[in-house]
Ligand binder design. Structure first.
Ligand code: SAH
Ligand code: SF4
Length: 401
């Protein structure tokens, strides 16, 4: 085993993982090595555009530089712990990080033209479509292992918080989906056109790593995604919203889920810290300079909890005069959640009420239902299985499969 392999497997490598460096940090890295800044663009291209992880293959670098890089740096990606493919083309992977933690990412291809293609070219991130024969697909990425915010309807929230993901671990999801996983599973060239931070974790509570990863997503020498095609979803970490806009130009989705403080305090406990008045003020400050000049408000449809006509009317009052688009998400049930999904007639009625009041409303189709629903659920399952395995082992029994 080479030194590099050893360190790649040890998890406590002193080598710097170049995967997570945006251009400005890559330039700094090369400056510290006494190299010219243009090396950054070269290496970014090798890694993110060509999927090359071995410095020896980077043929436009001198042999001496390649050897130096191999000594001080590496390009390390997580392992795939589980892969699932849905009948509808949705794919999910559980990735195992160095620390032994697991996170989840979801690939959502689209094959139909939908009304989400606005005139201005904005495409709802979770419903990206084929247009002009161009294939589109959305990758839903995680930003933390678990989540500390404990939204009551969220499987990740129920798992609690474990740790922040590094920028390298976050961007590794796009790297792997683009260069390894999708390429391996699908014969056609289905590149990822949109990324949404709607997997596990609260992106704005892992601020620097999320900004670095988003920069790499939008970097011309890397994935070159446009600012409209990278969406950060937040449950409402108010002070970080303005900071995000100062640092990077990305689309914003806000997980609203309730039109009143009384209800939101329960569903999204963070509301007790940053109530609706403060959240909406932060949204109003963000929207005018957002890539699509509006904010997407996510609203999970929970039967008899937040889905009545009264709730719709309260939501209309809240959003009527705002640059807003509503994304209605059918609740993805998980064991012992205590909630059920609103039926489609209810969702339809709710949607029509908002639309009648002039609020653009998009129902999100449920995808990948047959391979487990919401983000966080697969990991929950893997961990349950692992715990069950440990339990059985302690009892001196083997797991059934
Ligand atoms: N922490 C961020 C981003 C990750 S969650 C946030 O909360 O916005 C991404 C979206 O999935 C959020 O809108 C979240 O509320 C929603 N979600 C969580 N659990 C869900 C479930 N069981 N069914 C449907 N949507 C869910
Ligand atoms: Fe965290 Fe988002 Fe889940 Fe709330 S919905 S617990 S913020 S991941």
């Amino acid at each position: 085993m080479t030194a590099m392999n050893e360190s790649a497997n040890s998890g406590s490598s002193p080598k710097i993982n170049l995967l997570g460096l945006p251009k400005r940090k890559m330039e700094q890295f090369f400056a510290e090595l006494g190299e010219k800044p243009f090396r950054a663009a070269q290496v970014l291209k090798w890694i993110h555009q060509r999927g090359v992880v071995d410095f020896a293959d980077m043929s436009d670098l001198s042999k001496a530089l390649r050897e130096k890089l191999a000594q001080v740096a590496e390009i390390r990606i997580p392992e795939v712990e589980l892969e699932q493919k849905s009948r509808d083309g949705t794919m999910k992977w559980v990735l195992r990080l160095d620390s032994g933690n697991s996170v989840e990412m979801v690939y959502i291809p689209e094959a139909e033209k939908s009304k989400q293609d606005d005139d201005d070219g904005y495409i709802d991130p979770r419903r990206a479509t084929y247009t002009d024969g161009l294939s589109r697909a959305t990758l839903c990425v995680s930003s933390q292992v678990g989540c500390s915010l404990a939204c009551t309807f969220c499987s990740t929230g129920r798992q609690g918080f474990n740790r922040n993901m590094s920028a390298a671990e976050i961007i590794a999801q796009l790297f792997m989906a683009e260069h390894i996983l999708v390429a391996k599973s699908l014969p056609s060239d289905r590149k990822i056109s949109n990324v949404v931070f709607m997997g596990m974790g609260e992106p704005l509570l892992n601020f620097e790593a999320v900004v670095d990863a988003a920069e790499i997503m939008m970097e011309d020498n890397a994935y070159g995604l446009s600012k409209r095609r990278v969406t950060v979803s937040t449950s409402g970490v108010v002070p970080a919203m303005a900071r995000l806009q100062e640092r990077i130009d990305v689309a914003l989705a806000v997980s609203l889920h309730a039109p009143t403080d009384e209800l939101r305090d329960v569903l999204v406990p963070l509301n007790q810290k940053y109530p609706l008045k403060e959240l909406m003020a932060a949204c109003d400050a963000y929207a005018p300079n957002a890539p699509a000049a509006f904010i997407t408000y996510e609203y999970v449809m929970l039967a008899e909890v937040n889905d009545s006509d009264q709730h719709a009317d309260d939501l209309i009052r809240l959003l009527r005069d705002r640059a807003a688009k509503v994304n209605l998400i059918p609740f993805n049930p998980f064991p012992e959640s205590g909630y059920t999904r609103s039926n489609s007639a209810r969702i339809d009625r709710f949607m029509r009420r908002l639309e009648a009041a002039g609020i653009t409303t998009v129902p999100r189709r449920t995808r990948g239902d047959d391979i487990d629903a919401a983000c966080g659920q697969l990991v929950g399952e893997v961990e349950d299985r692992a715990r069950r395995g440990e339990r059985l082992e302690r009892m001196n029994l083997r797991p059934a499969s």
